[in-house]
Design a protein around this ligand. Structure first.
Ligand code: PLP
Length: 416
Protein backbone atom coordinates (compact mmCIF):
# COMPACT_ATOMS: atom_id res chain seq x y z
CA UNK A 1 0.00 0.00 0.00
CA UNK A 2 2.94 2.31 0.47
CA UNK A 3 2.98 2.37 -3.29
CA UNK A 4 -0.18 4.43 -3.19
CA UNK A 5 2.00 7.39 -2.27
CA UNK A 6 4.31 7.04 -5.26
CA UNK A 7 3.48 9.70 -7.80
CA UNK A 8 5.30 9.37 -11.07
CA UNK A 9 5.01 12.35 -13.33
CA UNK A 10 6.05 10.36 -16.40
CA UNK A 11 3.34 7.78 -16.25
CA UNK A 12 0.19 9.22 -14.65
CA UNK A 13 0.31 6.34 -12.20
CA UNK A 14 -0.50 7.59 -8.79
CA UNK A 15 -2.19 4.55 -7.31
CA UNK A 16 -0.88 1.28 -8.64
CA UNK A 17 -2.75 -1.72 -7.26
CA UNK A 18 -0.95 -3.67 -4.55
CA UNK A 19 -0.63 -6.97 -6.33
CA UNK A 20 0.24 -7.74 -9.90
CA UNK A 21 -2.56 -10.26 -9.87
CA UNK A 22 -6.13 -9.58 -8.78
CA UNK A 23 -6.99 -11.14 -5.41
CA UNK A 24 -8.96 -14.06 -6.91
CA UNK A 25 -6.02 -14.94 -9.17
CA UNK A 26 -3.58 -14.81 -6.24
CA UNK A 27 -5.82 -17.26 -4.37
CA UNK A 28 -5.49 -19.94 -6.99
CA UNK A 29 -2.05 -19.10 -8.36
CA UNK A 30 0.58 -21.83 -8.34
CA UNK A 31 3.89 -21.42 -6.56
CA UNK A 32 5.78 -20.41 -9.69
CA UNK A 33 3.26 -17.67 -10.57
CA UNK A 34 3.37 -16.60 -6.92
CA UNK A 35 7.19 -16.51 -6.96
CA UNK A 36 7.24 -14.29 -10.01
CA UNK A 37 4.34 -11.93 -9.32
CA UNK A 38 3.08 -11.93 -5.73
CA UNK A 39 3.63 -8.88 -3.60
CA UNK A 40 4.59 -6.56 -6.43
CA UNK A 41 2.71 -3.52 -7.66
CA UNK A 42 1.16 -4.01 -11.09
CA UNK A 43 2.52 -0.73 -12.35
CA UNK A 44 5.72 0.68 -10.98
CA UNK A 45 7.42 4.07 -11.15
CA UNK A 46 8.70 4.84 -14.68
CA UNK A 47 6.67 1.85 -15.89
CA UNK A 48 9.66 -0.32 -14.98
CA UNK A 49 8.99 -4.05 -14.86
CA UNK A 50 11.32 -4.55 -11.88
CA UNK A 51 11.18 -2.84 -8.51
CA UNK A 52 13.80 -0.14 -8.31
CA UNK A 53 16.22 -0.11 -5.40
CA UNK A 54 14.89 2.60 -3.13
CA UNK A 55 17.92 3.99 -1.30
CA UNK A 56 16.53 6.19 1.41
CA UNK A 57 17.32 6.05 5.10
CA UNK A 58 14.40 8.35 5.89
CA UNK A 59 11.16 9.33 4.18
CA UNK A 60 9.74 12.80 3.83
CA UNK A 61 6.33 14.11 4.86
CA UNK A 62 4.47 16.67 2.83
CA UNK A 63 3.21 18.52 5.89
CA UNK A 64 2.71 18.26 9.62
CA UNK A 65 -0.81 17.01 8.96
CA UNK A 66 0.55 14.10 6.94
CA UNK A 67 2.70 13.04 9.95
CA UNK A 68 -0.42 13.07 12.10
CA UNK A 69 -2.35 11.08 9.48
CA UNK A 70 0.45 8.52 9.46
CA UNK A 71 0.51 8.23 13.27
CA UNK A 72 -3.27 7.82 13.30
CA UNK A 73 -2.81 5.05 10.72
CA UNK A 74 -4.78 6.84 8.05
CA UNK A 75 -1.82 6.49 5.72
CA UNK A 76 0.27 3.40 5.11
CA UNK A 77 3.73 4.63 4.16
CA UNK A 78 7.38 4.63 5.15
CA UNK A 79 8.77 6.66 8.04
CA UNK A 80 12.40 5.83 8.89
CA UNK A 81 14.59 3.10 7.40
CA UNK A 82 14.93 1.01 10.55
CA UNK A 83 11.17 0.39 10.53
CA UNK A 84 11.23 -0.91 6.98
CA UNK A 85 11.76 0.13 3.38
CA UNK A 86 9.79 -0.42 0.15
CA UNK A 87 12.14 -3.18 -1.06
CA UNK A 88 11.67 -5.12 2.18
CA UNK A 89 7.91 -4.79 1.96
CA UNK A 90 7.69 -6.27 -1.52
CA UNK A 91 9.76 -9.27 -0.40
CA UNK A 92 7.69 -9.67 2.77
CA UNK A 93 4.46 -9.81 0.75
CA UNK A 94 5.97 -12.31 -1.66
CA UNK A 95 7.23 -14.53 1.15
CA UNK A 96 3.90 -14.37 3.00
CA UNK A 97 2.12 -15.41 -0.21
CA UNK A 98 4.52 -18.32 -0.75
CA UNK A 99 3.99 -19.63 2.78
CA UNK A 100 0.23 -18.98 2.76
CA UNK A 101 0.70 -16.69 5.76
CA UNK A 102 -1.01 -13.44 6.64
CA UNK A 103 2.27 -11.74 7.46
CA UNK A 104 6.00 -12.13 6.96
CA UNK A 105 8.74 -10.16 8.69
CA UNK A 106 12.14 -10.09 7.05
CA UNK A 107 15.43 -9.79 8.94
CA UNK A 108 19.09 -9.42 8.01
CA UNK A 109 19.79 -13.14 8.61
CA UNK A 110 18.03 -16.30 9.71
CA UNK A 111 19.52 -15.98 13.18
CA UNK A 112 18.42 -12.33 13.47
CA UNK A 113 14.89 -13.58 12.70
CA UNK A 114 14.72 -16.25 15.40
CA UNK A 115 16.38 -14.00 17.97
CA UNK A 116 13.89 -11.25 17.08
CA UNK A 117 10.94 -13.59 17.51
CA UNK A 118 12.11 -15.19 20.77
CA UNK A 119 13.02 -11.85 22.34
CA UNK A 120 9.57 -10.52 21.49
CA UNK A 121 7.67 -13.56 22.74
CA UNK A 122 9.53 -14.69 25.86
CA UNK A 123 10.22 -13.22 29.27
CA UNK A 124 11.93 -14.21 32.49
CA UNK A 125 10.43 -17.41 33.95
CA UNK A 126 9.12 -18.66 30.60
CA UNK A 127 10.12 -22.05 29.24
CA UNK A 128 10.51 -23.48 25.75
CA UNK A 129 10.78 -27.05 24.51
CA UNK A 130 12.97 -27.74 21.50
CA UNK A 131 13.74 -30.91 19.52
CA UNK A 132 17.50 -31.47 19.71
CA UNK A 133 18.25 -31.98 16.01
CA UNK A 134 18.31 -28.39 14.92
CA UNK A 135 20.57 -25.67 13.63
CA UNK A 136 23.40 -25.57 16.17
CA UNK A 137 23.33 -21.80 16.58
CA UNK A 138 19.62 -21.74 17.45
CA UNK A 139 20.27 -24.42 20.08
CA UNK A 140 23.21 -22.36 21.35
CA UNK A 141 21.15 -19.15 21.50
CA UNK A 142 18.47 -20.88 23.58
CA UNK A 143 20.74 -22.71 26.01
CA UNK A 144 23.51 -20.12 26.42
CA UNK A 145 21.81 -16.79 25.96
CA UNK A 146 18.09 -17.03 26.69
CA UNK A 147 19.15 -18.65 29.98
CA UNK A 148 20.87 -15.37 30.95
CA UNK A 149 17.42 -13.75 30.87
CA UNK A 150 15.84 -16.45 33.03
CA UNK A 151 14.30 -18.43 30.19
CA UNK A 152 14.55 -22.21 30.49
CA UNK A 153 15.11 -24.45 27.44
CA UNK A 154 14.26 -28.16 27.48
CA UNK A 155 16.00 -30.16 24.76
CA UNK A 156 14.12 -33.28 23.74
CA UNK A 157 15.12 -36.09 21.41
CA UNK A 158 13.76 -35.24 17.97
CA UNK A 159 10.37 -36.76 17.25
CA UNK A 160 9.75 -37.91 20.84
CA UNK A 161 6.34 -36.25 21.31
CA UNK A 162 5.74 -38.06 24.57
CA UNK A 163 8.88 -36.52 26.08
CA UNK A 164 7.90 -33.16 24.62
CA UNK A 165 4.47 -33.46 26.22
CA UNK A 166 6.08 -34.38 29.56
CA UNK A 167 8.38 -31.35 29.42
CA UNK A 168 5.47 -28.91 29.07
CA UNK A 169 4.31 -27.11 32.20
CA UNK A 170 2.38 -23.94 33.02
CA UNK A 171 5.43 -21.79 32.14
CA UNK A 172 5.87 -23.27 28.65
CA UNK A 173 5.38 -20.69 25.91
CA UNK A 174 6.72 -22.27 22.75
CA UNK A 175 7.46 -25.64 21.12
CA UNK A 176 10.24 -25.51 18.53
CA UNK A 177 11.34 -27.93 15.85
CA UNK A 178 13.18 -27.92 12.59
CA UNK A 179 11.75 -30.01 9.72
CA UNK A 180 13.49 -31.60 7.96
CA UNK A 181 16.34 -31.40 10.45
CA UNK A 182 19.97 -30.72 9.71
CA UNK A 183 22.04 -32.82 9.13
CA UNK A 184 19.90 -35.93 9.76
CA UNK A 185 16.94 -34.88 7.61
CA UNK A 186 14.33 -36.11 10.10
CA UNK A 187 10.83 -34.97 9.14
CA UNK A 188 8.48 -33.99 11.95
CA UNK A 189 4.85 -35.12 11.90
CA UNK A 190 3.32 -31.63 11.80
CA UNK A 191 -0.19 -32.91 12.62
CA UNK A 192 1.11 -34.41 15.85
CA UNK A 193 3.23 -31.33 16.62
CA UNK A 194 0.30 -28.94 16.15
CA UNK A 195 -2.12 -31.22 18.03
CA UNK A 196 0.24 -31.28 21.01
CA UNK A 197 0.63 -27.50 20.98
CA UNK A 198 -3.13 -26.94 20.73
CA UNK A 199 -4.04 -29.47 23.42
CA UNK A 200 -1.51 -27.93 25.86
CA UNK A 201 -2.25 -24.36 24.71
CA UNK A 202 1.36 -23.69 23.73
CA UNK A 203 2.39 -21.97 20.49
CA UNK A 204 4.46 -23.82 17.89
CA UNK A 205 7.37 -22.82 15.65
CA UNK A 206 8.92 -24.70 12.74
CA UNK A 207 12.28 -23.94 11.15
CA UNK A 208 11.33 -24.92 7.61
CA UNK A 209 14.53 -23.70 5.97
CA UNK A 210 15.32 -27.10 4.47
CA UNK A 211 11.77 -27.74 3.27
CA UNK A 212 10.84 -24.30 1.92
CA UNK A 213 7.19 -23.53 1.09
CA UNK A 214 7.71 -25.41 -2.16
CA UNK A 215 7.87 -28.72 -0.30
CA UNK A 216 5.72 -28.04 2.76
CA UNK A 217 3.62 -25.18 4.13
CA UNK A 218 3.46 -25.56 7.92
CA UNK A 219 0.94 -22.69 8.32
CA UNK A 220 -1.65 -24.91 6.59
CA UNK A 221 -1.18 -27.45 9.38
CA UNK A 222 -1.84 -24.80 12.01
CA UNK A 223 1.76 -24.10 13.04
CA UNK A 224 1.88 -20.60 14.58
CA UNK A 225 5.28 -19.42 13.33
CA UNK A 226 7.35 -20.53 10.36
CA UNK A 227 10.98 -19.55 10.29
CA UNK A 228 13.27 -19.67 7.25
CA UNK A 229 16.85 -18.75 6.67
CA UNK A 230 16.23 -17.00 3.33
CA UNK A 231 20.01 -17.19 2.87
CA UNK A 232 19.44 -20.73 1.63
CA UNK A 233 16.87 -21.79 -1.01
CA UNK A 234 14.89 -18.54 -1.08
CA UNK A 235 17.81 -16.31 -2.03
CA UNK A 236 19.17 -19.35 -3.79
CA UNK A 237 22.36 -17.89 -5.27
CA UNK A 238 24.81 -17.97 -2.33
CA UNK A 239 25.04 -14.18 -2.54
CA UNK A 240 22.99 -12.83 0.35
CA UNK A 241 21.88 -13.37 3.94
CA UNK A 242 18.32 -12.86 5.14
CA UNK A 243 15.78 -14.49 7.43
CA UNK A 244 12.01 -14.47 7.72
CA UNK A 245 9.29 -15.24 10.24
CA UNK A 246 5.79 -15.97 8.90
CA UNK A 247 2.59 -16.07 10.91
CA UNK A 248 -0.62 -14.20 11.62
CA UNK A 249 -0.76 -10.41 11.79
CA UNK A 250 -1.93 -10.46 15.39
CA UNK A 251 0.77 -12.76 16.68
CA UNK A 252 3.50 -10.86 14.83
CA UNK A 253 2.50 -7.33 15.80
CA UNK A 254 4.87 -7.05 18.77
CA UNK A 255 7.56 -8.94 16.86
CA UNK A 256 7.56 -6.29 14.14
CA UNK A 257 7.67 -3.49 16.69
CA UNK A 258 10.68 -5.08 18.39
CA UNK A 259 12.44 -5.48 15.04
CA UNK A 260 12.21 -1.70 14.69
CA UNK A 261 14.10 -1.44 17.99
CA UNK A 262 16.63 -4.26 17.51
CA UNK A 263 17.38 -2.95 14.03
CA UNK A 264 18.24 -6.21 12.26
CA UNK A 265 16.79 -4.94 8.99
CA UNK A 266 17.94 -5.27 5.38
CA UNK A 267 19.48 -2.84 2.94
CA UNK A 268 17.36 -2.16 -0.17
CA UNK A 269 20.18 -3.67 -2.27
CA UNK A 270 19.97 -6.93 -0.33
CA UNK A 271 16.20 -7.04 -0.79
CA UNK A 272 16.55 -6.43 -4.51
CA UNK A 273 18.78 -9.52 -4.69
CA UNK A 274 16.30 -11.58 -2.68
CA UNK A 275 13.33 -10.45 -4.78
CA UNK A 276 15.26 -11.34 -7.91
CA UNK A 277 16.31 -14.70 -6.48
CA UNK A 278 12.71 -15.50 -5.54
CA UNK A 279 11.52 -15.10 -9.14
CA UNK A 280 13.00 -18.52 -9.95
CA UNK A 281 12.31 -20.06 -6.55
CA UNK A 282 9.80 -22.71 -7.67
CA UNK A 283 11.79 -23.55 -10.78
CA UNK A 284 14.98 -24.01 -8.76
CA UNK A 285 13.24 -26.13 -6.13
CA UNK A 286 12.02 -28.52 -8.82
CA UNK A 287 15.63 -29.11 -9.86
CA UNK A 288 16.96 -29.27 -6.27
CA UNK A 289 14.34 -31.93 -5.48
CA UNK A 290 15.19 -33.90 -8.59
CA UNK A 291 18.96 -33.69 -8.12
CA UNK A 292 18.60 -34.57 -4.43
CA UNK A 293 16.58 -37.71 -5.12
CA UNK A 294 18.90 -38.88 -7.92
CA UNK A 295 22.03 -38.28 -5.87
CA UNK A 296 20.52 -40.06 -2.83
CA UNK A 297 19.59 -43.07 -5.00
CA UNK A 298 23.13 -43.17 -6.41
CA UNK A 299 24.79 -42.93 -3.00
CA UNK A 300 22.57 -45.56 -1.43
CA UNK A 301 23.66 -48.07 -4.06
CA UNK A 302 27.38 -47.28 -3.86
CA UNK A 303 29.48 -49.93 -2.10
CA UNK A 304 31.62 -47.35 -0.24
CA UNK A 305 28.57 -45.77 1.38
CA UNK A 306 27.40 -47.12 4.74
CA UNK A 307 24.24 -45.07 5.14
CA UNK A 308 22.33 -42.24 3.46
CA UNK A 309 20.03 -39.79 5.27
CA UNK A 310 17.44 -38.48 2.79
CA UNK A 311 13.68 -38.44 3.44
CA UNK A 312 13.01 -39.46 -0.16
CA UNK A 313 14.61 -42.87 0.49
CA UNK A 314 12.51 -45.77 1.79
CA UNK A 315 15.33 -46.54 4.23
CA UNK A 316 14.92 -43.19 6.03
CA UNK A 317 12.91 -43.45 9.28
CA UNK A 318 10.89 -40.35 8.27
CA UNK A 319 10.08 -41.59 4.76
CA UNK A 320 6.38 -42.28 5.38
CA UNK A 321 5.80 -38.93 7.10
CA UNK A 322 7.77 -37.16 4.39
CA UNK A 323 5.87 -38.86 1.58
CA UNK A 324 2.54 -38.00 3.16
CA UNK A 325 3.32 -34.34 3.81
CA UNK A 326 6.00 -33.14 1.41
CA UNK A 327 5.94 -32.42 -2.31
CA UNK A 328 9.66 -33.14 -2.70
CA UNK A 329 12.58 -33.74 -0.39
CA UNK A 330 15.05 -31.00 -1.28
CA UNK A 331 18.69 -30.97 -2.34
CA UNK A 332 20.38 -31.72 0.98
CA UNK A 333 21.76 -35.22 1.61
CA UNK A 334 23.89 -36.54 4.46
CA UNK A 335 25.78 -39.83 4.20
CA UNK A 336 28.29 -42.00 6.04
CA UNK A 337 31.35 -43.47 4.35
CA UNK A 338 31.94 -47.15 5.14
CA UNK A 339 35.01 -47.93 7.29
CA UNK A 340 36.46 -44.43 7.01
CA UNK A 341 38.05 -42.22 9.64
CA UNK A 342 37.66 -38.45 9.42
CA UNK A 343 40.74 -38.02 7.21
CA UNK A 344 39.70 -40.67 4.71
CA UNK A 345 36.30 -39.00 4.65
CA UNK A 346 37.90 -35.60 4.07
CA UNK A 347 39.85 -37.06 1.12
CA UNK A 348 36.57 -37.76 -0.72
CA UNK A 349 35.44 -34.17 -0.20
CA UNK A 350 38.82 -32.86 -1.38
CA UNK A 351 38.58 -35.00 -4.53
CA UNK A 352 35.28 -33.47 -5.69
CA UNK A 353 35.59 -31.04 -8.60
CA UNK A 354 32.04 -29.67 -8.94
CA UNK A 355 30.70 -29.13 -5.41
CA UNK A 356 32.70 -26.48 -3.58
CA UNK A 357 33.74 -26.90 0.04
CA UNK A 358 31.71 -24.47 2.11
CA UNK A 359 29.11 -24.26 4.85
CA UNK A 360 25.53 -23.36 3.85
CA UNK A 361 23.10 -24.98 1.42
CA UNK A 362 20.27 -24.27 -0.98
CA UNK A 363 22.13 -22.26 -3.61
CA UNK A 364 22.48 -22.95 -7.32
CA UNK A 365 26.08 -24.09 -6.72
CA UNK A 366 26.47 -27.49 -5.06
CA UNK A 367 28.32 -27.36 -1.74
CA UNK A 368 29.93 -30.18 0.21
CA UNK A 369 31.25 -30.38 3.77
CA UNK A 370 32.10 -32.64 6.68
CA UNK A 371 29.96 -31.59 9.68
CA UNK A 372 32.62 -32.94 12.09
CA UNK A 373 35.14 -30.42 10.73
CA UNK A 374 32.90 -27.57 9.56
CA UNK A 375 30.57 -27.12 12.53
CA UNK A 376 31.56 -29.49 15.35
CA UNK A 377 35.39 -29.45 15.43
CA UNK A 378 35.47 -27.73 18.82
CA UNK A 379 32.84 -30.05 20.38
CA UNK A 380 33.84 -32.84 22.76
CA UNK A 381 33.57 -36.40 21.37
CA UNK A 382 30.67 -36.99 23.80
CA UNK A 383 28.75 -33.97 22.53
CA UNK A 384 29.38 -34.92 18.90
CA UNK A 385 28.03 -38.38 19.67
CA UNK A 386 25.03 -36.87 21.42
CA UNK A 387 24.17 -34.80 18.36
CA UNK A 388 24.83 -37.71 16.02
CA UNK A 389 27.79 -36.13 14.25
CA UNK A 390 29.95 -39.00 13.03
CA UNK A 391 33.58 -38.64 11.88
CA UNK A 392 32.71 -40.31 8.55
CA UNK A 393 29.73 -38.05 7.78
CA UNK A 394 29.49 -35.91 4.64
CA UNK A 395 26.78 -33.40 3.82
CA UNK A 396 26.15 -32.38 0.24
CA UNK A 397 23.80 -29.65 -0.90
CA UNK A 398 22.88 -30.45 -4.49
CA UNK A 399 22.66 -27.30 -6.56
CA UNK A 400 20.96 -27.00 -9.92
CA UNK A 401 23.78 -28.44 -12.06
CA UNK A 402 22.99 -31.45 -14.27
CA UNK A 403 22.48 -34.49 -12.07
CA UNK A 404 24.57 -36.68 -14.41
CA UNK A 405 27.56 -34.36 -13.88
CA UNK A 406 27.13 -34.20 -10.11
CA UNK A 407 26.81 -37.96 -9.82
CA UNK A 408 29.78 -38.61 -12.11
CA UNK A 409 31.87 -36.27 -9.98
CA UNK A 410 30.91 -37.96 -6.70
CA UNK A 411 31.60 -41.32 -8.33
CA UNK A 412 35.16 -40.36 -9.29
CA UNK A 413 35.74 -38.86 -5.83
CA UNK A 414 34.61 -42.11 -4.17
CA UNK A 415 36.89 -44.10 -6.49
CA UNK A 416 40.01 -42.11 -5.51
C1 PLP B 1 21.43 -21.44 7.92
C2 PLP B 1 20.35 -21.90 8.80
C3 PLP B 1 19.88 -21.10 9.84
C4 PLP B 1 20.47 -19.75 10.16
O1 PLP B 1 20.27 -18.83 9.14
P1 PLP B 1 21.31 -17.64 8.77
O2 PLP B 1 20.68 -16.98 7.59
O3 PLP B 1 22.63 -18.28 8.47
O4 PLP B 1 21.40 -16.77 9.97
C5 PLP B 1 18.84 -21.59 10.60
N1 PLP B 1 18.30 -22.80 10.36
C6 PLP B 1 18.73 -23.59 9.39
C7 PLP B 1 18.09 -24.91 9.18
C8 PLP B 1 19.77 -23.18 8.56
O5 PLP B 1 20.20 -23.99 7.60
Amino acid sequence: MENSTIVNKHSNVSRPSLETLPEHAVQRAGLSTTSVHAGEARRKPSDAITDSICCSSTFTFESTQSIIDYIEQKQDREEYGRYGNPNEKVVERKLAALDGAEEAIIYSSGMAAIVGLLMAKLGSGDEIVIFDQCYHRSREFCSKHLSRFGIVTHQIETGDFRAMDAAINSHTKLLISESPTNPHLSVIDLEQFVALGKSRKVETLIDATLATPYNIRPIEYGVDYVWHSATKYMGGHNDLLAGVICGSKGKLEEVRKLRGILGGINSPHNMYLLERGLKTFALRMERHNDNGQRMADFLENHPRIEKVFYPGLKSHPSHETAKRTMKGFGGLITFLVRNADWKQTAAIIDACTIPKIAPSLGGVESLIEQPFVMSYFDYSPEDRKRFGIADNMIRISCGIEDSEDLIADLKQALDV
